[in-house]
Design a protein around this ligand. Structure first.
Ligand SMILES: [Zn+2]
Ligand SMILES: [Zn+2]
Length: 278
C-alpha cells in the first residue's frame, strides 16, 4: 500500500531527521519535507500562541495543512506535549504523538509514546548563579533554553539559546530592565535531543502499527484502541485500575478483537488494590 509512494513530512524543528530515514527503510516511502510549514499557527510550546485543540486534533490539522501546501495524498506529522505524567505523580513526562494520513485510502493511523525522559522545566530566577544551576540541571548547552521577563510576559523572548556566552549576554540584557527573569527549557526538537529521541520512538511505534493489518480486511493500522481496566486483586478479587484487556479494532471494517491479560498477569498485587490498600 505504501511502497514507492511520496509522503510529506509536515513538521518543523528538524524532526524529519529522525522520521524520514525510518519511513524510507521500513515502509519504502519517498519522503519530502514540507518547507515553511507554519505549524506555529496551531500553537507553540512557549505559549505565545495558545493551543485550543487536544493534541490529536492539532496533529490532524497539521497533516491537513501539509496536504494543502503540497499536492500529495500521504502525510505524516508529529506533535509533542509536556507536563505531569498521567499516572506517576510529580514526574514530568513527554508525550509524543505521530500521525499518518492517507487520503487515497482514507486511512488515519496514529501512535503515542510517553516517556519520563525529559528535561521539561521552568523557573523564575534573579541571579546568574541560579540561572547556571537551572541550566546545568536542564542539560544545557546540549539542550537549549528560553529566557523572557516573566511567565506571562512574551514581549521580549529569546529562544534557542545554546551556548554559555549567549546565555550570559541575554541574561545581562534582561537584567537591566527586570529584577527577575523567567527561564524555561526549549522543547523544540532541534534544541532538545532528548525530545528528538522520543519522537523517533513514537515513529517506530507508528510503523509497527502500520505494519499490523486487520485480520478481516487486511487494512494497515490494526492496533489497540482502548485499554480496559479491571485486573482482579490477588487477595480480594475485586477489580483494580490495572489493565484487564486491550481492545483492538479496525477503523475500516469495524472488526474487533480483545486481548485478555496483555501484560501476562491474571491478577494484580494487593498494593494496587483500593480495597486492600486504600
Ligand atoms: Zn478491517
Ligand atoms: Zn484487594
Amino acid at each position: 500500500m505504501f511502497q514507492d509512494r511520496r509522503i510529506l513530512i509536515a513538521t518543523n524543528h528538524g524532526k524529519e531527521s529522525v522520521i524520514s530515514p525510518l519511513l524510507e527503510q521500513e515502509l519504502g516511502l519517498k519522503s519530502e519535507l514540507v518547507e515553511n510549514l507554519l505549524t506555529d499557527s496551531l500553537g507553540t510550546f512557549s505559549g505565545e500562541i495558545e493551543r485550543f485543540d487536544d493534541p490529536l486534533t492539532t496533529l490532524r490539522n497539521k497533516c491537513l495543512l501539509g496536504l494543502k501546501v503540497a499536492d500529495c495524498d500521504l502525510v505524516i506529522a508529529s506533535e509533542g506535549s509536556f507536563g505531569a505524567h498521567p499516572s506517576l505523580f510529580f514526574v514530568q513526562a513527554n508525550e509524543e504523538l505521530v500521525m499518518l494520513l492517507d487520503t487515497k485510502n482514507n486511512l488515519e493511523i496514529s501512535a503515542k509514546f510517553i516517556s519520563t525522559e525529559t528535561n521539561f522545566d521552568a523557573k523564575s530566577i534573579s541571579t546568574f548563579i541560579e540561572l547556571k544551576d537551572f541550566a546545568d540541571k536542564s542539560l544545557f548547552p546540549s539542550h537549549g533554553l528560553i529566557l523572557r521577563p516573566s511567565k506571562s510576559d512574551y514581549t521580549e523572548i529569546y529562544k534557542g539559546i545554546s551556548d554559555w556566552q549567549q546565555l550570559e549576554s541575554v541574561f545581562n540584557k534582561l537584567k537591566k530592565t527586570h529584577s527577575s527573569i523567567y527561564v524555561e527549557t526549549d522543547m523544540r526538537a532541534m534544541f532538545n535531543p532528548t525530545r528528538m529521541k522520543n519522537t523517533e520512538q513514537a515513529t517506530l511505534k507508528l510503523i509497527e502499527k502500520i505494519k499490523s493489518c486487520c485480520p478481516n480486511c487486511q487494512t494497515p493500522g490494526f492496533g489497540i484502541s482502548e485499554a480496559i481496566p479491571g485486573l482482579p486483586c490477588e487477595w480480594c478479587g475485586k477489580p483494580t485500575a490495572s489493565v484487564l484487556k486491550y481492545r483492538l479494532n479496525c477503523k475500516k471494517c469495524s472488526y474487533l478483537e480483545e486481548k485478555l491479560y496483555p501484560n501476562n498477569k491474571t491478577v494484580e498485587s494487593p498494593e494496587f488494590c483500593d480495597n486492600c490498600n486504600p
